[in-house]
Write a protein that binds this ligand. Structure first.
Ligand SMILES: Cc1cc2nc3c(=O)[nH]c(=O)nc-3n(C[C@H](O)[C@H](O)[C@H](O)COP(=O)(O)OP(=O)(O)OC[C@H]3O[C@@H](n4cnc5c(N)ncnc54)[C@H](O)[C@@H]3O)c2cc1C
Length: 456
């Protein structure tokens, strides 16, 4: 059937109301259905199965791998009217939300009740909990709290035929057979629509201490990670590493950021500890940084003295788009590739060196911006080449993925596969694994209606 079939659209409006179906070419071709409840989603999916209409679920649309891309033959199912925070349970330390709830709203609601919802990432103001779940989002505090997978106690999901798979309660522990939620987490909307979830909250940290350090060599960097972890009694919440080129670009003359430490080192780290007593934690933090300096692990350090200084440090780490806005790069004559790979920390230094050497046209007009969550084994390696003879972006991506495959890493540790990376899925997942994934997809979605063509 065609997506503009009059009977289909009429019955869709009967389910969600006339203002529940909209068209907005700026958001892609074809109609957008906006359910308000799990029952609406179930009825929509039953209708889509009857009419063999494929569905693309859309959250905040902040994903970067074309996971919500539509070609006009699919119905977009937007979660924008399913944003309700349904319940805070202070005893169980849980929050029950509809899947369209925005991450930042969830963070702020948790904080208002004295809790922390620890997932945090740059797209927080738009990304939804359903999108976070479907991409198993990571972010800045994985080293301490884990990925989205570690924050989800239960979830509710609607299958392609409208079946509702209910939540399993608020307990972290449940060993009654296969834990099906883990298939939906990271499923990129290919197995069903996530409609509600019970989130795990932690106590809100009273103290946050942050420092920016310069490090002289790779060995000191990895030792510093172990040292910080060992000395901070489990309070290390971020260990964000930036290679020299990224740091110098972000703190150059044409940016709003002054460098916290001089441009003299090959590596820089943003270190943050979250604890329960500001005075005591701050004193201990300063003591640890001084010890790291005295033992040579750190060559220079600046400790944030205020929330404003802390925010500036995070800005240097997070404000990546600045690179393309401040005239530092000739974006008109540029090829760029953004990656979010993972590999063993042991292999990282060698991996980055290989990428820098192998990139064609690696001269003064080329940059390899490297930064990321070192403690999680996750790096962004973003090469940038400028000039008429520059390689294509795809070629740059393949250099990265070849080097990752050689080292047994993963081509994506954050954003997923979507459409953008599906041709590379078998570079780091075996044929047997991919076949098993296809079989799982068939069990959940035998008619291939859920986000078809994504992942594989
Ligand atoms: C500035 C910036 C920084 C970012 N930083 C990080 C980071 O540090 N770590 C990280 O992991 N990601 C990061 N991202 C990527 C992105 O924010 C995450 O992937 C996020 O989880 C996507 O949420 P969303 O609601 O925008 O999902 P969308 O982009 O709308 O969708 C993503 C995928 O999930 C599916 N989906 C969405 N909602 C549902 C649902 N309810 N049920 C079933 N399927 C659904 C979609 O079909 C699609 O396949 C960043 C993005 C930006 C723009």
């Amino acid at each position: 059937m065609s997506i503009s079939d009059t009977e289909f659209l009429k019955r869709l409006s009967d389910i969600v109301g006339s203002n529940g179906v909209i068209e907005d070419p700026a958001r892609g071709p074809g109609p957008i259905a906006r359910p308000r409840s799990t029952e609406d989603v179930s009825a929509i999916m039953k209708l889509c199965t009857e009419f063999s209409c494929p569905v693309v679920t859309v959250g905040g649309n902040t994903g970067l791998v074309m996971g919500t891309q539509r070609d006009g033959s699919e119905l977009a199912l937007s979660m924008e009217l399913m944003r309700e925070i349904e319940e805070i349970d202070v005893h169980s330390r849980t929050m029950t939300v509809q899947a369209g709830a925005v991450l930042q709203t969830v963070q702020e609601t948790a904080e208002a009740h004295g809790f922390l919802y620890p997932l945090d990432l740059g797209g927080r103001g738009t990304a939804t909990i359903g999108g976070n779940i479907s991409t198993n989002a990571g972010g800045n505090r994985v080293i301490r709290y884990g990925m989205t997978r570690d924050q989800i106690i239960s979830l509710e999901m609607v299958l392609a035929d409208g079946t509702i798979i209910p939540m399993q309660g608020k307990s972290i522990k449940n060993n009654t057979g296969y834990d099906l939620k883990h298939l939906a987490i990271g499923g990129e909307g290919t197995l069903g629509v996530v409609t509600r979830a019970i989130l795990r909250m932690r106590n809100f940290p009273i103290s946050q201490n942050c420092a920016w350090v310069g490090v002289n060599d790779w060995e000191s960097l990895t030792k510093l990670l172990r040292f910080m972890d060992a000395e901070s009694s489990g309070t290390l919440s971020s260990f964000e590493v930036m290679w020299k080129e990224y740091y110098e670009a972000m703190t150059g003359d044409s940016t709003p950021y002054a460098p916290p430490v001089p441009h003299e080192y090959p590596f820089y780290v943003l270190i943050e500890l979250q604890g329960s007593n500001q005075e005591r934690d701050q004193a201990r933090f300063e003591e640890i940084i001084v010890q790291a300096y005295e033992s040579g692990l750190v060559a220079d350090a600046a400790i944030a003295q205020s929330e404003a200084e802390r925010k500036t440090m995070w800005g240097i780490r997070d404000d990546v788009t600045l690179l393309f806005e401040n005239g530092f790069l000739d974006t008109k004559n540029m090829s760029f590739y953004s990656s979010d790979i993972s590999l063993a920390i042991t292999d990282m230094d060698d991996f980055v060196k290989e990428i820098c050497e192998e990139l064609p046209g690696a001269d003064q007009n080329s940059y390899v911006f490297v930064f990321g969550h070192l403690g999680d084994g996750n790096l962004h390696v973003n090469p940038c080449a400028i000039g008429p003879d520059r390689p294509k972006s795809k070629e740059m991506g393949e250099i990265i993925y070849r080097a990752i495959r050689k080292r047994g890493g993963s081509i994506s540790a954050e954003h997923g596969i979507g459409l953008k990376r599906k041709e590379y899925l078998n570079w780091t997942r075996s044929d047997n694994e991919i076949e098993l994934m296809r079989q799982v997809k068939k069990v959940f979605d035998p008619n291939n209606l859920m986000n078809p063509g994504k992942i594989f």
